[in-house]
Write a protein that binds this ligand. Sequence first.
Ligand SMILES: Cc1ncc(COP(=O)(O)O)c(C=O)c1O
Length: 392
Amino acid sequence: MATEIPLWAPDITDAEIQSVGDALRSGQLSLGRYTHLFEHTVSQRVGRSHGVAVASGTAALHTVLVGLGVGPGDDVITSPFAFIANANAIIYTGARPVFVDIDRTSGNLDPQRVEEAITERTKVILATETFGNPTSIDALESLAQRHEVPLVEVACEAFGAVHKGRAVGSFGRASVFGFRPNKQITCAEGGMIVTDDDRLAAICRSLRDQGRPVELEPADPVHADAMLQHERLGFNYRMSELNAALGLAQMQRLDEILVRRREVACMYIDKLMEFPELVLPTIGPDTEMSWFVFAVRLSDPYGQKERDRITTGMRRHDVGAGNGFPPIHLQPFYRQHYGYARGDFPNAESIAARTIALPFFTRLDATQIELVTLTLQVMLQRESLLRPESEA
Ligand SMILES: Cc1ncc(COP(=O)(O)O)c(C=O)c1O
């Protein structure tokens, strides 16, 4: 039988199936009890007063940026080494994404470079915790406060992480989560904005629901009238009750899931630490990582050509290795419309070219990890044989 080890897989049990079934039977399929409970559970977990659940992480990004008043003529500082949705959401508002190069160790925005890039046009700093690593988010928060520019923490990949004793999701003016099936916990599709800012939360609630003024229970006598009022240009970014019910059941298993993912990451580290060709994830002393992916990096003599051969080779052997993400500024749309070119952000380019994401999910077992690491070892040996003698 062929061994197929996917890159990622959601962890769904009978509890999630039961919860979604209960939501279906409840009769209220949108903006009901499950959405409120899910918002409450997530915001409590990270210590924020409000949670606003939306249809995706991208919708959360767009909503919070509009809620903060970002629009045409504004700049938003962001990382070129992140999922493309971050920069796209900035463009949806009419603002311009301003990329700043990353720190080579953490893969996150380099605070010093961010500080140098701030101008009068800078409306927001959008900082991602790449692969679940929150390193420097506190430094970015302090510099944002110093410059009086709101920081939005893009915590989509880092739910459950802790940095300097603070939960990820508690930094900056607002934080954003995404709950696709590849994330630590999933709603199938979904996202959330969390914040302590009452006004921002109210605006985001309104924006997600076609700009309606308030959310009232259907039993409230003014509900029907309020539903016909649209105070601002809103969107349909509502999360369904089914998605919220799934997310709520996952929240109840969050700690178990995080522990298991840490165990899987430790098994990988044990196996791979002796591989001289690999740079393993570096986690700062004040950081409790939340493992989103297990991404390793080829050491310097290797480049994109070798990385691509290795990941393709692994996939040929039924091991779902991935290439992380190519830098946003080199994506065709960004090259074409913003004139970016290779060499603009050397750290992001160099890290992106050498990143290998290994299969990573809660139920990955020791035998599968053995198979993944053996396959990777064979691919690395093949690369060393292919290298000319002078380079070896
Ligand atoms: C850093 C980052 N930003 C944005 C998103 C977008 O979230 P979604 O796919 O739920 O729209 C994700 C996750 O997919 C992400 O990891």
